[in-house]
Design a protein around this ligand. Structure first.
Ligand SMILES: *Cc1c(COP(=O)(O)O)cnc(C)c1O
Length: 465
């Protein structure tokens, strides 16, 4: 039985002549297709020998060939889906961690393009013609914008916390409140990072209440750092207490210890006008004389993945000289993008030109206008789906201000034939894929995170469902 079936297997050359494969030859090249056909046929051979191929498939060479073509096409679809590609974020989650967090604005992209395609002064001092210091320009800009003494940039905020604690606390104790032994998405856990830095955790207080006196009582000759971690993605409410950063900073100073604040999101603009009261700004911490702090580049800052460490020169220089720095440093592309991002904050264009801050500040009325236009157009275009305008909320995401709700207008998409899950899958299968959210069995689209120039593609995706 299997011998006959094996003889039925078409050869690669026979398959390559099939009508159904001609477009794949054009799209991917004969060699790639040949490799994938070989892969599929090998699998098929094993299945036949194992007796797991149904008799219908082995009815004739034509049927077998069809099945092979189907499997090869599937291989191409899978690799196409896995390829890193642009998607349209219609979820309204501004810093969607799964969708790459912060999108970049035109200035950042221009800087990236300029540096990526050629040589740069990454470690070259144009004034002296000698070897320069990597990141010098960006660090000077951070110092100027934020008024701190020194800055250094690493791969992400997790790296910043690891490097800072390793430099300042290896072999000693880090005092941290039990209310701040947090986990940020993607398994970043404060206790684990402290341990990996080579320091010991000295937990103080309770989950909901930690007093300044708890910190003070824990200080001993092994204490190296007092740590404050911003509880980015969760909140303790009710019967709670914790010292202010001024108090912690003062306590640490009185005991000649460094105080390190892990700010997480790194907000440069005050979000209180948006009704967001629990995202501390970097300026507040520096004003409270926090001697060293760290935050992410691709959260509320709206830049590339990076970890920014700021603070007193003596501490930052020790951190910079840590041999681990070499393993955690960033490349020229990150410097280019981050420098342009920070530059926009300095020249006052960030609010509108940075996609993250722009999306945060877009008002419900602005979204309402765009959404109405979009729906009117859809309804005039006799779409098979029914679009309605409803009130809703956008979410910041990225583990920032979890309780903040930004009022927005949403498009609820309904269909007589399709379920919300089917519409969602249809949009996701489009090119470019559209990612939407489902709430209470309704598919929802939030234009807050959709660029104006993406509306055409969104429209095409909806029409195609
Ligand atoms: C997000 C976050 C981190 C990790 O930041 P990455 O840049 O993603 O590494 C660390 N600490 C806090 C408090 C955070 O919110």
């Amino acid at each position: 039985m299997s011998e006959t079936a094996l003889r039925l297997l078409p050869s690669i050359d026979q398959l390559l002549r099939l009508e159904g494969l001609q477009s794949l030859i054009v799209a991917s090249g004969r060699d790639t297709l040949r490799d994938r056909l070989r892969h599929v046929i090998d699998h098929f051979r094993k299945e036949i020998l194992a007796g797991s191929v149904s008799p219908e498939l082995m009815a004739s060479q034509e049927v077998l060939a069809q099945e092979i073509v189907r499997r090869v096409e599937e291989l191409f679809t899978v690799s196409k889906r896995m390829k890193l590609q642009r998607v349209i974020n219609a979820t309204g989650v501004i810093l969607h961690t799964n969708l790459g967090r912060a999108p970049l604005g035109p200035a950042a992209i221009a800087a990236l393009e300029e540096v990526a395609g050629g040589y740069s002064n990454l470690e070259f001092d144009l004034a002296t013609g000698k070897r320069g210091h990597r990141g010098a320009g960006l660090e000077a800009l951070l110092v100027e914008l934020l008024g701190c003494e020194a800055a250094v940039v690493v791969n992400n905020c997790a790296a910043a916390v690891l490097l800072t604690l390793n430099t300042l606390a290896e072999g000693g104790e880090v005092i941290v409140s039990r209310g701040e032994l947090i986990e940020i998405g993607g398994s970043f856990r404060i206790p684990d990072v402290i341990e990996k830095s080579g320091a010991c955790i000295r937990e103080v207080g309770t989950t909901n209440r930690t007093r300044l006196s708890d910190y003070e009582a824990a200080i001993n000759e092994n204490t190296r750092v007092i740590l404050r971690a911003h509880p980015s993605n969760y909140r303790i409410v009710g019967f709670t207490e914790k010292p202010s950063i001024e108090e912690l900073s003062g306590l640490a100073r009185a005991h000649s210890l460094p105080f390190f604040e892990d700010l997480g999101s790194g907000c440069l603009l005050d979000l209180q006008p948006l009704g967001i009261h629990d995202e501390p700004t970097v300026a507040q911490s520096l004003k409270a004389r926090v001697p060293v702090l760290a935050f992410s580049g691709d959260k509320l800052l709206g830049g590339p993945q990076a970890g920014i460490i700021l603070g007193e020169k003596s501490l930052v220089e020790r951190i910079r000289k840590n041999p681990l720095m070499r393993a955690l440093r960033v490349d020229k592309l990150t410097y280019a993008v981050l420098e342009a991002t920070i530059e926009a904050y300095r020249n006052g264009t960030a609010m509108l030109a940075n996609p993250v801050t722009a999306a945060l500040h877009a008002t419900r009325d602005e979204i309402d206008d765009r959404t109405r236009h979009f729906i009117d157009r859809a309804n005039a275009g006799h779409l098979d789906l029914k679009l309605t305008l409803i009130d809703g909320d956008s979410v910041i995401g990225g583990g920032c201000a979890p309780e903040a709700r930004i009022p927005t207008k949403l498009i609820a998409v309904a269909s007589d034939r399709l379920s919300a899950a089917e519409i969602e899958a249809g949009l996701r299968a489009h090119q470019p894929p559209v990612i939407a959210r489902i709430e209470e069995d309704r598919l929802l689209i939030d234009l807050r995170t959709v660029k104006t120039e993406e509306e055409e593609e969104l429209w095409a995706a909806l029409s195609g469902v």
